[in-house]
Design a protein around this ligand. Sequence first.
Ligand code: ZN
Length: 340
Amino acid sequence: MNISLPYKMLIERDVSDKVNDFFLELGLGKRCVFVCTQNIRQTIADKIKHSMKDFDIDFIEPESTQKAYLEDIAKDVKSYDFVVGLGGGKSIDIAKYAAFLAGKEWVAFPTILSHDGVVSSRAILDDDGSWISVEAKEPIAVIADLDTIKNAPYEYIAAGAGDLISNISAVEDWRLAAKEGKEAYHTVMAKLSLLAAEAIEEHTDDIKARNDHGLEILLWSLLCAGFAMNIYGSSRPCSGSEHNISHALDRLNSGALHGEQVALGTIISVYLQKGDWKKIKDVLKKLGIPTTAKELNIGRQTIIKALVKARDVRDRYTILNKHEINEKKAEEILKKVEII
Ligand SMILES: [Zn+2]
């Protein structure tokens, strides 16, 4: 095992007057490049640049997440001391991958908390039209501005919470895989993953209200989930059959957020695992996360097809391996859990 975890975190309501000292303490050098969209540059990044008076800062506004294009970006990144990924999942993944190729440290500065991939060592990229997960590196530090996160549309916050609720079925699938002799189960990483889900269940009101405590709980739970995956060395602690369903939906161009799709998948997975799926549904409703295909604008046939295909989207042993699901069976399951 060779594991890296971020070693500094800055979590504040307004980070702008703290960032200069934070980066000085990190000691990564003075030449820095921010990876962000034009919109984030105008609304947030320029203010941050102004505050970082001891640093020489440039911007890269990437045009795509194409792997080949990012290999070019990595060549530009080489001339800087470090990289900051500022924005949503795409900017973070681009910074992560470009920094990895260029052999530079990078700092994650998420502006939305919609999934658990912030501290992950893997990046999701576009490779000639299909999404792939590639090896990259963990951030050396994380910055979270609670005011910025709070002002993002609530659906992103809900999606982040949904990605954490999915840990419940993911860990159950892991247990099953261990029971069937497919993969070893690690209690520490599994409990870390479940801890993140439990924290969300206990704080649905704070999260819904977007108060500071709720946002901190969400942030720390996403970080905890990320740590569980980084320590284990794969997404296994936080990604089971419910993620298979989401990946199958992606292939059918469903268009919903990752966290929303895995939350919907969790209802199905927990039902198949003979768990308390109604309780999961109640928690999701409390968080304002859609619990039917219709609410997510996913067609009836699309969700049925996704459930049929889910088992074979990747090689990971889950509860789906214990069921033969054809279209008729899928429809029956989805009706039972009131998703269609
Ligand atoms: Zn996920």
